[in-house]
Design a binder for this molecule. Structure first.
Ligand code: DGJ
Length: 716
């Protein structure tokens, strides 16, 4: 049993493999958080502190103020002046105050009202805590779902309006964690388009620090993942708390250090881009947020996240080999047609590719990015015999077929927009702002979803599509909907995401044999919500290997390599660094974006050999354990390895950064090697004992431009 209730103490204890989480009901109303950390059976008792200006409940000791209690959930306006988890009211004050009522523990979990959520397995257990606020007529249910094997606990909340008036939710943060300390650094991933996932580690300070998105997408600018770690934490040592949100829209991660030096972590929908009005009898279910704890450094937090995402988030198809694709974008941009792509397919098949992915440019009047989005039928000039005949020709070359779509968008210059301007998000009386010449469709409008499903159904009738690349290339402004009442307009961001997830569900049901790669101008929706929809995510539109080395190293802190789509590309046809680009790209799921028609036979042979080699160790990145040995943020090179879970295979990568002056790496200790085994390195046939690999190899660095080293060890 991972969840226990001690009746006498009114204490809830959640145990995972290596962690314990505990809280108690105090004063018959508050949920007092007592512990989150290394697994233990010795738990601290609640403690109280008298603090001036802290309001308290009449009849109770002054030290028992909600402003000083470490809590599981806190409510705006009821004495806790720190950032709150919930702001809601029926009377316009925003004030609520929920009181503990009851609990339930059950096996597995229930679905989250059309939202992505971690899959349960036979060990999963859920704790449901019910609280009530009779004044606003609501029932609040807090859920703790426990994934004990991977040390992850997820949290979401359901609010039910059981009263007789309307209730408006104005802030919703399903995960709240109060820690009685602030001696911590915050790790977050910030960036911009083509510059995603920069690593930042800074000490916490008094006040609120946050990462967020108000863009309607989780965004390139701040990723929803954050971690807090002790100041001295390294890959292998120190305490680390990791957090993430299973959602792809606007979010808020709020970390507050209060007057006493206590830290509150809140993960959720925030308040800027969220409100939700509940009529009598209605309920609202939030997305879920997750947390993990490691007492063994950042590396263990990373592994918990990776294991959790592979076992509970990614669709099962992501656990099988991902296709090695040749994507047309950087080779052709919009300049595609049947004749050209059939040639691509022929050459790609001969070179050993699994799939040709036809990127943007195949539909409507899509000859550039100023027109066509929304008109999801083939362009007759480019495909005169129709899409079905074209795809049949591709398949006849012995290769699979993937296609690009961007369902959530519309160009003003499109038949769809001319027929239905009211289907774009916009505010009455205001000209909607454009971005990449496009507007955002109102995915909260069921008519829009009906149009899209009917149109895609018709266009892809009788065509066997193996793969969709689902893109999303702008953020939301002028967020208004033509189908919602004025008091419901604040719900659009959330309803939009639910509409998007519904459309993903439709694709999954309609094309059961197809897999999806998600994308938002690269890594603009690199989040757990999207990871549940597709086998991988296009990590960044930046395929420069030096930049990619940084981007991929940061992504791996929170997300496994199986999620990371990495292409060898060279838009300028200069293939000098093909080997280097390949060695960077095999840090994740390999693909290519090159003009295969311009390639020499020699280059094609090199790519064919790369694909063959990649397939010999692809399982290590997809399913193995990742270890960071030298992060490129701190060293002149990037060094990491993947290991099979039984330690019988290892893949060591060293990527030299531009201008590297070091002549040797530090000792690269592969502690996942089995000391009792002997290993052979597959290229050189050199033999190493497991003990040697554990003690570490020192790699001679070339200090030349575009140098990288790949060593694949197999136990004999
Ligand atoms: C942005 C994506 O990130 C690119 O890979 C490509 O698909 C373009 N969109 C196409 O418009």
């Amino acid at each position: 049993m991972s969840i226990r209730f001690n009746k006498q103490k009114k204490q809830f204890v959640i145990n995972t493999k290596h962690t314990t989480y505990a809280f108690e009901v105090v004063m018959d109303r508050y949920l007092y958080h007592t512990y989150y950390g290394k697994r233990t059976s010795v738990l601290p008792e609640p403690a109280y502190q008298l603090i001036s200006f802290a309001p308290y409940i009449a009849g109770y000791d002054e030290s028992r103020s909600p402003d000083v209690l470490p809590q599981e959930c806190s409510f705006y306006g009821s004495g806790d002046f720190r950032p709150n988890a919930l702001r809601l009211s029926g009377d316009g004050t925003g004030v609520s105050d929920f009181v503990y009522h009851s609990y339930r523990i059950y096996k597995g979990r229930t679905a989250l009202d059309g939202l992505p959520a971690a899959r349960a397995d036979e060990h999963t257990q859920t704790l449901e805590i019910t609280l009530k606020d009779d004044v606003c007529g609501c029932c609040l249910k807090l859920y703790y779902t426990v994934f004990a094997d991977v040390d992850v606990i997820s949290r979401y909340m359901v609010i039910e309006n059981v009263g007789d008036g309307k209730v408006k939710i104005e802030k919703c943060m399903p995960l709240m964690l109060d820690l009685g300390r602030s001696d911590l650094d915050m790790i977050s991933l910030y960036g911009s388009h083509c510059r995603e996932l920069n690593y930042q580690r800074v000490p916490l300070h008094h006040g609120t620090q946050s990462v967020y998105s108000k863009r309607g997408a989780s965004s390139h600018q701040y990723n929803p993942f954050v971690a807090l770690c002790s100041h001295t934490a390294t890959q292998e040592k120190g305490e680390v708390y990791g957090f993430n949100f299973v959602y792809s829209g606007s979010f808020l991660d709020e970390i507050d250090v209060d007057q006493r030096g206590h830290t509150r972590v809140l993960i959720g929908l925030g308040s800027d881009c969220f409100s939700y009005t509940l009529g009598c009898g209605e309920r609202f279910c939030s997305p879920e947020a997750i947390m993990t704890y490691s007492s063994a450094g950042i590396g263990k937090m990373t592994q918990n996240m990776h294991d959790f995402i592979r076992a509970h988030i990614l669709p099962p198809a992501a656990l099988a080999p991902h296709p090695v694709v040749l994507n047309t974008w950087e080779a052709c941009y919009f300049d595609i047609d049947e004749q050209r792509l059939v040639q691509f397919a022929k050459q790609a098949a001969q070179t050993g590719f699994d799939m040709l992915v036809m990127d943007d440019g195949w539909f409507g009047m899509r000859n550039h990015n100023r027109a066509g989005l929304g008109d999801w039928y083939e362009n007759k000039q480019k495909f005169p015999d129709g899409l079905a005949s074209f795809v049949a020709k591709i398949k006849a070359e012995g290769i699979k077929f993937g296609i690009w779509v961007e369902p959530e968008m519309v160009n003003p210059d499109s038949e769809l927009y001319r027929a239905h301007p009211e289907w774009a998000l916009r505010v009455n009386g205001r000209e909607p702002l454009r971005s990449r010449h496009q507007l955002v469709l109102d995915m909260s409008n069921p008519d829009v979803l009906d149009y899209l499903t009917e149109q895609f159904d018709r266009t892809f009738q009788g065509i066997e599509i193996d793969y969709f690349k689902w893109d999303m290339n702008r953020h939301m402004s002028n967020v208004g909907s033509s189908v919602l009442e004025a008091d419901k307009q604040g719900e659009i961001f959330f309803r939009y995401m639910r509409g998007v997830y519904r459309l993903f569900d439709w694709f999954a049901a309609r094309f059961p044999n197809a897999v999806i790669e998600t994308c938002s101008g690269g890594g603009g929706r690199y989040d757990l919500g999207m990871m549940q929809q597709g086998i991988q995510i296009w990590t960044s539109d930046n395929t420069n290997p030096y930049d990619r080395t940084m981007i991929q190293a940061s992504a791996l802190i929170a997300y496994p390599a199986a999620t990371m789509s990495c292409h060898v590309s060279n838009p300028h046809e200069n293939l000098r660094s093909l080997d280097y680009r390949y060695k960077v790209a095999v840090g994740g799921m390999l693909g290519y974006e090159l003009n295969i028609l311009n390639m020499s036979e020699e280059v094609k042979r090199e790519i064919a050999a790369q694909i063959t080699q990649y397939k010999s160790f692809e399982h290590l990145m997809r399913a193995g354990n990742y270890y960071c040995l030298a992060a490129p943020h701190a060293y002149d090179y990037s060094a990491y390895y993947y290991a099979a879970s039984d330690g019988t295979e290892l893949l060591l990568t060293v990527i030299e950064k531009a201008g590297n002056k070091k002549t040797k790496t530090k000792r690269l200790k592969m502690k996942a090697a089995n000391p009792a085994k002997t290993y052979i390195e597959c290229q050189s046939n050199a033999q190493y004992s497991g003990a040697e690999l554990r003690a570490g190899l020192v790699i001679d660095l070339a200090c030349e431009q575009d140098s990288a080293h790949l060593l694949h060890f197999k136990a004999l």
